[in-house]
Design a protein. Structure first.
Length: 153
């Protein structure tokens, strides 16, 4: 695999792109819901009006929770330093195992970089938690399978 620092920078860039898209989407949803709430006027339908407002309020709460989650992801990405090689599994590490390649960042799933599939996972995910603190040669068990750490970068 090519220069690992370069790969980590590309992965971080992809993570930021995904988070930016999510941010834009949620921001549009919040703006749309605010506009809809403001334009809701009392009508003779009474109960129907209140139900509509309640539904919009629920949507706003859901969007606000998503916004908080996205803000948290942005903060995690901001704290990451991918400019140096890591010897131990931690946030920002690229970890090669006999079952796949993992990048400890935020949970966004599988990304293909230079023809290699890399799983971008959160350190708080089940496998991410197991990868924390691991060094080359370590073996751990996940889903009834022994996984060996081949390299940490």
């Amino acid at each position: 695999m090519a220069n690992k620092i370069k790969i980590k920078r590309e992965l971080l860039k992809k993570c930021n792109e995904v988070v930016d898209i999510k941010y834009e989407t949620v921001t549009k949803i919040i703006a749309s819901n605010k506009k809809a709430l403001e334009s809701e006027t009392k009508s003779s339908a009474g109960d129907k009006h209140e139900t509509g407002r309640a539904m919009l309020q629920l949507e706003m709460e859901k969007a606000s929770q998503q916004f908080a989650s996205i803000s948290s992801m942005r903060e995690v990405l901001r704290k990451m330093d991918v400019s140096k090689k890591n010897e131990i599994g931690k946030l920002g590490s690229l970890i090669f195992t006999n079952s796949g390649i993992y990048f400890l960042a935020i949970s966004i799933g599988q990304i293909n970089i230079n023809g290699s599939d890399i799983f971008v996972i959160s350190p708080s995910s089940p496998i991410g938690n197991l990868l924390l603190g691991k060094i080359k040669g370590d073996i751990f068990r996940f889903n009834d399978k022994d996984i060996k750490v081949l390299e940490v970068s």
